[in-house]
Design a binder for this molecule. Structure first.
Ligand code: THU
Length: 144
């Protein structure tokens, strides 16, 4: 584990949990929080933002990536924590959906990192590299 991740792991998980509190999920009732850790120690968070046109809903990881990109971040992504549950009651660990894996991959690929994804449950944290969740990813290098 990198020093930056070791020093910020607990804060990253806590940030994802706090972010979940801002979820707007009146349709599914499933509240999700995500937190991104960058190599300078910065943490950027997001929560899901649903839409009355259900399919347009934005996942927590997507919102966090959008905020990070808008803040000027282009890579340096070391780790991602995600957690969620009905009305914010976290039970089983959840992992990023397919679309979010692809969006996370864009931010990671820009800086050449393979972030550790912390899937946070109430009793356990399941850790996987993004490359394991999204093997053989299509990314910016394919369009260079
Ligand atoms: N959701 C996320 O925010 N992240 C994921 O990785 C999986 C699903 C949200 C989308 C929707 O608002 C709710 O969870 C139920 O699918």
């Amino acid at each position: 584990m990198s020093d930056v991740l070791a020093a910020n792991r607990d804060a990253l998980i806590a940030a994802a949990r706090t972010a979940m509190g801002t979820a707007y999920a009146p349709y599914s009732g499933f509240h999700v929080g995500a937190a991104l850790l960058f190599d300078d120690g910065a943490i950027v968070t997001g929560a899901n933002f649903e839409n009355a046109s259900y399919g347009l809903s934005l996942c927590a990881e997507t919102v966090a990536c959008s905020i990070a990109a808008h803040g000027g971040r282009r890579g340096g992504l070391l780790a991602v924590a995600v957690l969620g549950g009905m009305q914010g009651r976290v039970d089983a660990a959840i992992s990023p959906c397919g679309r979010c894996r692809q969006i996370l991959n864009e931010l990671a690929a820009l800086g050449g990192t393979d972030p550790l994804v912390l899937c946070v449950g109430e009793r356990d944290v399941v850790e996987m590299r993004l490359s394991v969740l999204l093997p053989n990813a299509f990314g910016p290098a394919n369009l260079a």
